[in-house]
Design a protein. Structure first.
Length: 303
């Protein structure tokens, strides 16, 4: 009998090759777009940093880094601002990190899916998009006025802690989600309670990811102006903070004051750029320390 009529093999092979070629072309195009986006971001960052270095490097000196402002802030340095920014950033994370991790543990490990969970997640996501000036007014109304804490470190810590909470909750919950479920099952099978499993198994595995949230939170807290101008930062103070109820100077607010409300705005232009350069270096240093700690924890956990 004659064999049945079949489609010519070369046609099917050509069609397959054509599809593969289109797929490779699309993949190449997408990767080029992604690389282009990365290059645009990197170029923008390089331009900003280069502009600040060009205009602010002349102001950087040992006196600038270790002395307080002088002569109506047209001379001197930014040492009180550096100390105030460090205290505000670290205090904000001391408030946000425990609350954020505890909230993430509840949302991921204990809460049951349902309407309430969706409302909570929607609230957290919306909180992340609230402008920082709203947090500043919230801190002014609650911590400064209602709780009578005044313009102080503690009021700034609480305000910045609330501001950083959505970032910490989101990254901590994602870190908990990435811990394999087999770890939990093995711990429970060996007789551990749910809390023992979370404390001794899940959290150590998720800690590097949680530190990612703290890195983002520190960066945001250190660079905020609107949230602290109502609650913690002052125009000028010659004294270093002596308690949690002391007011402080801060680098971002100092830049704002010099650029908008100073007595000699043009005269202080190099100081403005120099202060911005110090702020970037400070944030970079804190982020680098957190990244090194995260890498050390990841290496320790791998072994």
């Amino acid at each position: 009998m004659p064999s049945p009529v079949m489609a010519p093999q070369p046609l099917a092979l050509n069609a397959t090759r054509s599809r593969d070629a289109r797929r490779r072309a699309m993949e190449w195009l997408v990767f080029m777009l992604l690389r282009g986006a990365i290059l645009v971001v990197a170029a923008a960052l390089a331009i900003i940093v280069g502009f600040l270095v060009k205009n602010g490097i002349s102001a950087i000196s040992w006196e600038f880094l270790t002395q307080p402002p002088k002569n109506y802030m047209t001379e001197g340095g930014v040492w009180p601002c550096i100390v105030g920014t460090l205290l505000l950033s670290l205090g904000a994370m001391a408030v946000a990190l425990p609350l954020g991790v505890a909230s993430a543990i509840y949302l991921h490990e204990y809460a049951r899916p349902g309407t309430l969970m969706r409302i909570i997640r929607l609230g957290v996501n919306n909180l992340a998009g609230v402008p920082s000036v709203v947090f500043g007014l919230f801190g002014l109304g609650l911590f400064v006025t209602a709780m009578k804490l005044g313009v102080s470190l503690i009021a700034g810590w609480l305000t910045l802690g609330v501001l950083c909470l959505p970032v910490v909750i989101g990254t901590a919950e994602e870190a908990l989600r990435n811990v394999p479920s087999t770890y939990r099952e093995a711990s429970l099978a060996l007789g551990g309670t749910k809390w023992q499993t979370i404390w001794k198994v899940v959290l150590p595995c998720a800690l590097p990811g949680i530190l990612t949230g703290s890195i983002l939170g520190v960066g945001r807290a250190a660079g905020e102006t609107a949230a602290i101008m109502f609650t913690a930062a002052v125009f000028y103070t010659p004294k270093m903070p002596t308690s949690i109820f002391s007011d402080v100077m801060a680098l971002p607010y100092h830049i704002y004051v010099l650029a908008t409300a100073g007595t000699e705005i043009e005269l202080t232009r190099p100081i403005q750029y120099g202060t911005a350069l110090v702020l970037i270096a400070l944030v970079l240093g804190m982020n680098l320390a957190a990244i090194l700690l995260r890498a050390w924890l990841q290496k320790r956990h791998a072994h």
